[in-house]
Design a protein around this ligand. Sequence first.
Ligand code: ADP
Length: 366
Amino acid sequence: MPARHILVINAGSSSIKTALFDDDLTEILRVEATGIGGTGAVKIGATTDPADLPNNAAALAAIFAALTQQGISLSSLRAVAHRVVHGGATLTAARRITPKIRQAIADCVPLAPLHNPHHLAAIDAVAALAPELPQCASFDTAFHATIPDVARRYALPDRPDLQGLQRYGFHGTSYASLVRALPRQIGTLPKRLLACHLGNGASLCAILEGQSVATTMGYSPLSGLTMGTRVGEIDAGAVLRLVGQLGLDETETLLHHQSGLLGLSGLSSDMRTLEQSDSPKAAFAIDHFCYWAARQAGSMIAAMGGLDAVAFTGGIGENSARIRNDILDKLSWMGNFPSYTVEAQEEIQIARDARTLLNADQREQE
Ligand code: ADP
């Protein structure tokens, strides 16, 4: 195999997804480990087999074994590129992973305790198996580095002990890929674009002349829209009461894993299941999702000083005409504007980032 392939790794808490791309960024193979800690499975292409995956280390080992079985050894790759959720205030663009950058990702663990440790574990596992192999990272937060301070800061005092408590924003790889893909689709990039990434996690982004100027997620991916299991916007006072009533751990579980569409419907976090249900609670959950998407869209539109187009992406945004139309109806007060659907291509974007970094390094060496 030519050493030009890039393996993208998206290491999460319950699943690890990988995709292999050739030098033209054509996807060659997908290998995924799901159900880590529970009923595990490894999916190679279209084939899924049950697997014992007690923890993330076992899942990574299963993925590397599956790749080897497909004739792909890590050391034969051009690079491994990781999705990293949090890059904090310093990692505002994709980077080659050096010891310094690894440390910077580790420094962001307090900002993303549910995510960055899994990314680091994957980075370290690859480094142990193939020490010479270049590794890169793309950060979900990076696209939002252009957000002005007035949108970024919470109204907290300027004290050293409160450093880092600011809005970062997430889904940046998806928005970066949308900004690239939309002009290829429609011939131009609308000046004031409301981008809606609607999946299990959901956010909006105000994109002014290609740059993020506001987004609905903040310090963590918990705020903003009503999501699959995350609560979205909630008064900090309510959170204080919950911590007093339930304690920190139970509050965290409630707000991250038991709220949103699942909490409201009492049925499912999955939009397709809710759309197919005739339960009034499922209908209310859908209405809540659309209402708050449209209300928060108003805030994004204000941040851009108007609206030229809306673009939808993500599992719900790409596939559910009902949700798109409901949100667009609720925005009809804005007058007429075009709306588009764009396929989320986060993995290709991460591979592209890595290829750009490696090509630049290569040019420097030549
Ligand atoms: P993630 O945020 O985990 O990457 P996705 O972007 O794949 O998730 O989005 C998952 C969501 O998309 C689920 O709520 C799923 O029900 C929803 N979805 C996928 N296809 C459809 C469809 N045809 N109609 C409605 N919802 C859909």
